[in-house]
Design a protein. Sequence first.
Length: 379
Amino acid sequence: MKTIVNGLILKGLELEAKKENILIDDDGTILEISKEVKEGEIIDADNKIVCPRFLNAHTHIGDSIIKDEGEGLSLDEVVKPPHGIKHVALESADDDVLIEAMRESMWDMYNMGVSHFIDYREGGLDGVKLLKEAAKDIPITPIILARDSSFYGEDANYHMVKMALKKLLKESDGIGLSGFGEISTTVAEIICERCEREDKISSIHVAENELNQIASLEKTGKSEPQRAFEAGFNQIVHMTNPKNDDVELLARSDSSLTVCPRSNGALAVGVVPLYEILNKGVRPLIGTDNIMINSPNMFRELEFTLKIMKGVSRNHIDAREILKMATTNADSSISNLPIDKSYIGEGQKAELMIVNKKSNNPYLSLINRTEANDIVKII
Ligand SMILES: [Zn+2]
């Protein structure tokens, strides 16, 4: 038993700031939250904020081996398979070099308050096993989305696709795809249907690059997000360049949106219209995307996002809504995704961080001012 006392806790799915104590049992479950409770080991959080740990909702940690390479190249030259510099580097890297680089990135995330991350894993089944091996003794939960080379091309063999899916989904948490440029509509539908049946994540990059959106409209008469919703993907990533009524379609769909604003800036593809998206009632997640272009530091992502979105929209955006994108929006009642991520509430698993309070606005204190050495305890 232990009790966190005197802290300002960000409670429940709405992250309500309350001065209450948190009693945690020996299995790590939150038993009681109240002003009075005080049992077992006492952890004093006076002048601290107690915040749920983060979900980094989109990473590619495999490219930890080529940090800051490819500066000045286009999106396709950097990340498009098979000739982008990322894929060339991953193909030729030794497993132990890859494992070591991924471990370093996972420790970076852990030390900056991340409890879970959703990773687009390249390299098929072997790639999935490599990440599991790398994560073995690190106190962080990887949510691994896999892919297979049999998915690609207009003439993909559907039998091979189904066989590969069966194998991948046994070992992974779902499927993560580069985009509609590489797969046919039928393959997309096969993937989504199977993921839905097995309660797994089906995820795809959409509308990251405006040129791909225009190409999609010319070729199919539909935007990339529209095709993703029709195929049944339950997670879409980016939506930096929505066209026509894409935002409206998103708001009406069951798909969860993950935005990656620093990555979009680094790759010069635009600024996601987050103000408009939030105003439609969408509750997105947020991720740091490729380690090669961004550190996986969620505090940096949150601060960049809050400020650039206010600047571009010339409107006020509530910092609490931005913090929810890294914390409570992950709850499956909001995201519709099969993610086992807790919040600060009775009966929930205690996955939280105790952080120095640097101003009287806890949301802005976390987003604007928190550095690694402000995290005094991770539970
Ligand atoms: Zn990505």
